[in-house]
Design a protein around this ligand. Structure first.
Ligand SMILES: [Zn+2]
Ligand SMILES: [Zn+2]
Length: 813
């Protein structure tokens, strides 16, 4: 927060007590607001400001507890631990600190593992060890705080005990959405139904039958203190204390949850929507609400992660309560307020990986603060709160990243083919990764640096949100430090979709279509002539999403509504019918069909391909038809292809249109011969191949003909992809294909000319006004392309023909 320029603070409390914008402004003013917290005039409602200004902080224990006995770990050598002997204080609050990779998790894992096999030296004896981590409390929306803590059991007992339920013979199973009986069977108690949406994947829609209430009507008629099972699951923990507080079990669980700052959660809130920190506190609450017997050791891994400073105080008092009950708490933690609250700090280091694994200091926070060698000690001396400072110094204004950031250091990188390399990348500078193809450049830059940066960023989201993010492959390395969230601009492969162009990649095409829908003028023949628009006196809608039709008068007095989709080659309304909006068509290439030009057509000229051999069969019906057409036109096809006149070649390849010929086909099939007479058109050999391709190209058989085909510009639309009537609509004297055919540089010059003199460019004052936002947006986007160095590209350039570098620069823009 101290590194930010602008702060938005929301609150003041959680759940229904929050949701207000408390502050939005420069970080300076926010701190000023926090500092005035003590004075009577400006007590801020923002607890964040108060904490940052240190007007509020968790209470520190008056004295350190001496503990009662020890938990001894001798010769701990897991991972990088260097044979450590560590003594934790029993019945006290222990915090394990140290830089990333120092061995904190290894030490705690070793402790858990030894306790698990009864090999932990401890006095008093450890009755139970409970590790509370941040993993989700359930992976389905069916688990929730109530099911995890056992509250749902209490709620079902209470409902089943009502006279109404007893009278109807409803047992407690009636009030579970996990078993048949009381639940809504239409959705199986989920409250939602999954619907396949083709391109959008699967979505959940609220169940029609129960309206999302998850139970059937008879079940919902049973009420406890006026609330049915659905109402009860919808109440917050805080509200439930009032409704269910009369029940001893419920009261214990609810007050624990509330004490841990979770009062705003709903009892039935799906576990998939909880953050890792919330999940950990629910687990903790569930442990805390069970009356502890004997000596229990609680192990927590960074319980403050994701917690607000105000919530840290709540957590600390809950942990303190455990110690007061005679239990031992051990946490791994960076948060200085937690470290300060410890009875014993175990500081590992001094560095990470092979440079760590040693015991730097052990003692009270005061003793640690006096230890010169300890990074944590230095942070404690600094008197700050929040986490042990890493990159961001506490100074204002915003620190220069290059001056304060640490280098990014990876050691032992083994991602893909990398051979355990160590890499340091200086901050605030340009670093180039070089090497021959396949040497591992991408493995380092993308699959290690970027992937790990993204993984860490993603971990801050709730388990629910994480489901929607694809996870980049796991990077393999020993240690990393200084890592920040990373942004990758990959070269990628340009789109293979022939409909993808520079205009579609940049969305400028969408803006052009909106422009044409809004102010396009039907051209009566000569460029620049305009027809007045119908209804132009009514005030035009100005929102950017204005895709609604605008009416124009067209000659001869016909009215059509121009819409943006009419100018898209990817809609039926806009696409040229001949090429279906592709701008090109696939044709048979004569040079690929006639492979042996020195031979006659009926004697092997087309033998290079199976289809050519079939059509060129001297005893086949196609050669018979060609001969008949030739006779009618006075042409002879018995000579070699190269010697045929251009007219004869055209007839052989492209046919004779709709004219029909009498054909006498002397056929020969095996031993059988005969004559068949019929009337037929002659479409030409290329035409025959194209007909066959059109029949088959939808399936794999079409592939067999691919070698004979090539792609040529569509003659019907001249490659513009659009229907002729769409090309008759103009803006500034140009149809949309002409706009798209301009380079980025030319487009900017045209827009500038229009802005200078709308009337001269053919825009009425009204058109100029209603198109201004659109033109400005297009201009901004074109300028970004120009700045990215691709001003020479035309907008209709197919993405597939771009170089990788060009595609990358377009994406960057
Ligand atoms: Zn339902
Ligand atoms: Zn076309």
């Amino acid at each position: 927060m101290r590194g930010a320029v602008w702060i938005c603070d929301i609150g003041p409390g959680p759940g229904q007590h929050g949701g207000e914008l408390l502050f939005s402004g420069p970080v300076h003013d926010f701190f000023a607001a926090g500092r005035s917290a003590g004075s009577h005039e400006g007590t801020p409602r923002s607890r964040t400001a108060a904490f940052l200004a240190r007007a509020e902080r968790p209470p520190r224990p008056a004295a350190r507890r001496p503990g009662d006995g020890l938990l001894l770990l001798r010769g701990a050598a897991r991972h990088n631990l260097q044979g450590l002997d560590v003594a934790f204080l029993a019945r006290a609050f222990n915090v394990v600190t140290g830089v990333s990779g120092a061995g904190k998790s290894s030490l705690v894992e070793e402790l858990i593992e030894r306790a698990g096999r009864g090999a932990l030296e401890a006095s008093p004896r450890v009755t139970k060890l409970i590790a509370v981590d941040q993993s989700p409390i359930g992976r389905t929306p069916r688990s929730n705080p109530a099911t995890y803590t056992g509250l749902s059991d209490v709620v079902r007992d209470l409902l089943a005990a009502t006279p109404e339920a007893v009278g109807r013979g409803f047992g407690k199973g009636r009030f579970s959405f996990n078993v048949a009986g009381g639940r809504c069977e239409a959705c199986g108690g989920a409250g939602v139904q999954e619907v396949g949406m083709h391109f959008l994947g699967r979505v959940d829609v609220v169940c029609d039958a129960c309206g999302g209430r998850r139970f059937n009507d008879e079940t919902l008629e049973i009420r406890y203190r006026g609330l049915n099972i659905h109402d009860l699951l919808e109440t917050t923990i805080e509200e439930a204390q009032v409704v269910l507080g009369g029940d001893g079990r419920a009261a214990r669980i609810l007050s624990t949850l509330n004490r841990l700052g979770l009062g705003y959660l709903r009892l039935g809130q799906p576990s998939t929507s909880l953050s890792g920190g919330e999940a950990q506190r629910i687990k903790l609450a569930s442990e805390l609400s069970r009356p502890g017997r004997g000596h229990t050791v609680y192990v927590l891994d960074e319980p403050t992660s994701g917690l607000h400073a105000a919530d840290v105080a709540v957590l600390l008092s809950a942990l303190d309560g455990l110690v007061e009950q005679g239990h031992t708490v051990i946490t791994i933690e960076h948060h200085l307020d937690v470290v300060r609250a410890a009875d014993r700090v175990i500081d590992l280091g001094p560095g990470g990986g092979p440079h760590g694994g040693q015991l730097v200091a052990i003692g009270t926070p005061e003793e640690l603060a006096a230890c010169e060698a300890s990074v944590t000690g230095a942070a404690l001396r600094g008197g700050g709160n929040g986490a042990v400072p890493t990159a961001v110094a506490a100074g204002l204004p915003r620190p220069d990243p290059a001056a304060t950031a640490r280098p990014i250091t990876f050691t032992g990188v083994r991602t893909h083919n990398l051979q355990g390399i160590d890499v340091t990348i200086p901050p605030g500078q340009v670093t180039v990764v070089t090497g021959v193809s396949g040497s591992g450049k991408s493995s380092l830059a993308f699959d290690t640096l970027y992937a790990e940066g993204r993984n860490r960023f993603v971990e801050s989201f709730s388990a629910y949100a994480r489901r929607f993010l694809d996870k980049p492959g796991d990077a393999e390395f020993d240690q990393v430090s200084g890592l920040t969230p990373a942004v990758a601009i990959r070269q990628g492969r340009p789109s293979r979709n022939p409909r993808s162009t520079v205009a579609t990649m940049t969305e400028i095409g969408d803006y052009y279509r909106l422009l044409f829908a809004r102010i396009g003028q039907r051209d009566a023949g000569k460029a620049g002539s305009r027809q007045p628009a119908v209804g132009s006196d009514s005030s035009p809608r100005r929102d950017a999403c204005d895709l609604l039709p605008t009416a124009y008068r067209l000659p001869p007095a016909a009215t059509v509504h121009l819409t943006a989709s009419m100018f898209s080659p990817n809609t039926e309304q806009g696409a040229c019918t001949a090429c279906k909006g592709l701008g090109t068509i696939v044709e048979c290439d004569p040079t690929r069909l006639v492979t042996e030009p020195s031979r006659p057509l009926d004697a092997g000229a087309m033998d290079g391909h199976k289809a050519g051999r079939f059509y060129g069969d001297p005893f086949g019906q196609h050669v018979a038809t060609l001969r008949s057409a030739g006779r009618a036109r006075g042409m002879d096809f018995s000579g070699p292809w190269v010697e045929l006149a251009p007219g004869a070649r055209h007839l052989a390849l492209r046919g004779a249109g709709d004219e029909e010929f009498d054909v006498e086909w002397e056929f020969k099939r095996g031993a059988r011969t005969g004559v068949q007479r019929f009337r037929s058109r002659w479409v030409g050999f290329a035409g025959l191949v194209e007909e066959e391709y059109a029949r088959k190209h939808a399936d794999h058989r079409g592939e067999a003909l691919e070698p004979l085909m090539h792609r040529v510009g569509c003659r019907a639309c001249g490659g513009t992809r659009l229907k002729p009537e769409r090309l008759a609509v103009r803006v500034a004297g140009r149809h949309i294909a002409a706009w798209l055919a301009l380079t980025v540089d030319e487009g900017l010059r045209l827009l500038a000319a229009i802005a200078r003199d709308p009337d001269g460019a053919g825009l009425s004052p009204r058109d100029a006004l209603v198109s201004r936002d659109l033109r400005d947006e297009v201009e901004r986007r074109l300028m970004r392309l120009q700045e990215a160095g691709v001003g020479y590209l035309t907008l209709d350039r197919e993405a597939a023909t771009l170089s990788a570098g060009e595609a990358q620069r377009i994406r960057l823009a």
